[in-house]
Design a protein around this ligand. Structure first.
Ligand code: UT7
Length: 338
């Protein structure tokens, strides 16, 4: 998927993020389940996360992040010609959040696509948007990744391995064709999946296998809660993210030393540290904010990207590597010249 000489390169011209104001600390969680601030910090690096108030939806967070990205790109919403939304926690079973974002932003009949690739959702969506820009079909894409996960987590002791990790939030970028001859833009995306591991990190119910789909016994047995085989996810994340990064480096003829900033999906700080250590990437180049947000799934990378760009850790001309791993299993990398 490397950009050919004749095709335009896709550039991120604006970034934005939004998290709901309510902060939930590890100490807050100690009050509702058998956990401790010490355990959560040591095992994940998380100190706090944000949760929505009841009534606030994924598309609400997405719209706020989208507005900030559009303001950053200095564009009027009416000029967006396609919307791509990545989430595992849509407002409704159907339709997806893309159409809800489109309507809330007043985008007329602009097309809207939902991407369902969980923690890898942002990179998968970035790759889709990149193809549309390179073919010339669209010239200004709003790509937004958002999650409201706080409402579906199991806050009993049975679900504590997951409920302490996840948070709510949204991140957005604007994609446009490069207007200059410099080398800015998306250099490559590499996407992978292995559906044999689907049940290792999933929300089993509701399932189309069941007639009727919604049954009281599923509620009683807690089968509407997401579940994870944490150690297996951990081990695979530590292996697959470096593989995807190396694939991107090989594809672009680049070396590990060329990377100026690495944004790993913020799933667990121990995973980020292990990926960096395995690749011998110095920690000052690794963007990490999981301590403040927890794991915001598809939104984690665009939130971290926005923060790093705004505070100057990512500068014009930097080589930025991003990588993700999560439910599916799916995993992916992308390389950008900022
Ligand atoms: O975005 C991608 C999706 N998710 C991930 O990438 C997460 C990947 N996995 C992980 O991050 C880690 O596996 C966890 C943070 C989920 C768990 O850390 P761990 O070091 O693998 O712990 P563990 O699952 O081996 O559990 C160790 C102990 C267990 O108790 P016993 O059996 O040793 O008595 C758990 O029951 O920790 C217990 N435990 C907890 N204790 C306090 C699990 N969750 C908690 C908790 N508070 N919240």
């Amino acid at each position: 998927m490397k950009t050919s000489m004749s095709a335009p390169r896709t550039v991120i011209t604006g970034t934005g993020h939004y998290v709901p104001p309510r902060i939930v600390t590890n100490h807050d969680l100690e009050k509702v389940m058998n956990t401790s601030d010490e355990w959560i910090r040591e095992r994940s690096g998380i100190v706090e996360r944000h949760h929505v108030e009841p009534g606030v939806t994924t598309s609400d967070l997405a719209v706020e992040a989208a507005r900030r990205a559009m303001a950053d790109a200095r564009i009027d919403p009416s000029t967006v010609d396609f919307v791509i939304a990545a989430t595992l926690s849509p407002d409704h079973y159907f339709p997806g959040i893309g159409v809800l974002i489109q309507a809330k932003l007043g985008l007329g009949t602009t097309g809207a696509l939902d991407v369902r690739n969980q923690c890898s959702g942002f990179i998968y969506a970035l790759s889709v948007g990149d193809q549309f820009i390179k073919t010339g079909q669209y010239k200004r894409i709003l790509l937004v990744a958002a999650e409201v996960q706080s409402g579906v987590l199991d806050y009993s002791d049975k679900g504590r391995d997951m409920s302490v990790l996840f948070g709510d939030g949204a991140g957005a970028v604007i994609l446009e064709p490069s207007s200059s001859e410099d080398d800015r833009g998306i250099l490559s995306t590499h996407l992978y999946a292995d559906g044999h591991f689907a049940s290792h990190l999933w929300m089993e119910k509701p399932s189309a296998a069941d007639h009727p789909t919604f049954q009281q016994s599923f509620f009683d047995d807690g089968r509407f809660f997401p579940r994870m085989e944490g150690r297996n996810v951990f081990v695979n994340a530590c292996q697959r993210m470096p593989e995807a990064i190396r694939a991107g480096l090989d594809h672009n003829g680049l070396a590990l030393e060329d990377i100026d900033a690495l944004i790993p999906h913020q799933a667990n700080d121990r995973i980020s540290l292990q990926v960096a250590k395995g690749l011998k990437i110095p920690l000052e180049k690794v963007i990490r904010n999981i301590d403040r947000y927890g794991n915001t799934t598809a939104a984690s990378i665009p939130i971290a990207l926005d923060e790093a760009v705004k505070d100057g850790r990512i500068k014009r001309g930097d080589l930025v590597a991003i990588a993700a791993f999560g439910s599916g299993y799916t995993w992916a990398s992308a390389f950008l010249r900022w």
